[in-house]
Design a protein around this ligand. Sequence first.
Ligand code: VGL
Ligand code: ZN
Length: 240
Amino acid sequence: MLDRRQILAALGTTALATLAPTALFAAASIKPDDASALLVIDVQNCFLPGGSLAVKEGEQVVPVINRMAKAFSNVVMTQDWHTPGHVSFASVHSGRKPFETIDLPYGKQVLWPDHCVQGTDGAALSKDLAIPHAELIIRKGFHKDVDSYSAFLEADGKTSTGLAGYLKGRKIKRVFVAGLATDFCVAWTALDARKAGFEVYVVEDACRGIDTQGSLAKAWADMAKAGVKRIQSSDIAVSA
Ligand code: VGL
Ligand code: ZN
């Protein structure tokens, strides 16, 4: 007969042996399937070095995203796509400076340097993105008086971009979000994806943040609370 101590010891060994492959060597445990889509958010010149709203280390997401995209049969990219004189630009509010916050009819709005104006080189996707199989490019923020960080819903909280309908029409259940910037367009997209009923992963090393007024920590806290899963690109299996 085994005594209690021997049983516990045996259980301990079994538990460790069972856990080891996943917990200790967790590399590449997620395999995107046909119901998974990668959302590549705003990898545009304005958010890259030399751009008018450059995100620190923004260029570092590009090779990570290119590699990861190979694992996905469904890829959607987004472009921030503002009118000239867009309401989110500090330049149109007299006496205001970039990174200040103002009240607009739909709520609080951070003011930005002019960026991603429709048809300009700054609004173009990075030439270093190499995702020829991406199936949809969705533009957002094109209404002059409303911003849209989220790829799903404009900042009025009600005007849809149509992305949820597109993804549901394609039978997508899971979205993986990467790009720029973690604390604005990536986070708002991830939160709205949860609200639309998708399983949501944000790939941390495939994103970089702006981090103004505590925005990065707040974004991760809001995402955790909403059930967004925070993963690394190494968690995703990409066959060579
Ligand atoms: C973004 C600020 C203003 C973003 C877009 O892509 O995260 N941030 N517009
Ligand atoms: Zn913008």
